[in-house]
Design a protein around this ligand. Structure first.
Ligand code: URA
Length: 188
């Protein structure tokens, strides 16, 4: 198994797919490297590409608010990563080939963090990590046991910015996450 330093170094110089040609920065991930809860988004947007940190744009502000509801903080006690580490042009969905080229980095991050819970932020992450046929409107908030992890998906913060009507459901998902953290004894 790679160390964090080896993994990050390899990721930062990756040329595994075409996204490397248009990126400004690789967005590796941020947070506590032995966190009990890992959040996975889809891929960097413009602000993230420019700063090198995940979820720093408007959706990131909302994500930070969502985290604080369940006593989590990106600097203190959780980890945030994405399925693809480089920005897809014009924020299009990452292609399946790009996701496949990149997923090894996330798998290594998961192996190093060993989280108890993985929360998928939105449809793309849920399809890649939980089930290719995942339906976010129907299955958000449901728990899935996968290997050593408990997994669930909730709405992507960008979707919650576009449609505030979804926020009560996302709040319920967060309450379920908090309950699961207590049940599993996730340390804060
Ligand atoms: N959306 C994502 O899915 N990830 C980010 O890092 C930022 C926006």
């Amino acid at each position: 198994m790679r160390t964090w330093e080896e993994l990050e170094q390899q990721c930062l110089s990756c040329t595994g797919c075409g996204l490397c040609e248009t990126r400004h920065n690789v967005v590796f991930g941020v947070g506590k490297r032995d966190a009990g809860v890992l959040f996975v988004g889809e891929g960097p947007g413009e602000q993230e590409d420019l700063s090198g940190e995940p979820f720093v744009g408007p959706a990131g502000k909302l994500l930070d608010d969502m985290l604080s509801i369940v006593d989590l903080d990106r600097a203190q006690n959780c980890y945030i990563a994405n399925i693809v580490k480089c920005r897809p042009p014009r924020n299009r969905d990452p292609l399946e080939t790009e996701q496949e080229a990149c997923i090894g980095y996330l798998r290594n991050q998961v192996a190093l963090i060993q989280p108890k819970i993985i929360v998928c932020l939105g449809r793309i992450a849920a399809k890649k990590l939980i089930d290719p046929d995942f339906r976010i409107t129907r299955q958000h908030g449901q728990w899935f046991r996968r290997g050593d992890f408990w997994m669930m998906a909730t709405y992507h913060p960008s979707a919650l910015l576009r449609d505030v009507g979804k926020r009560p459901e996302a709040f319920d998902d967060l309450m379920s996450l908090r309950a699961k953290m207590r049940e599993l004894g996730v340390e804060l």
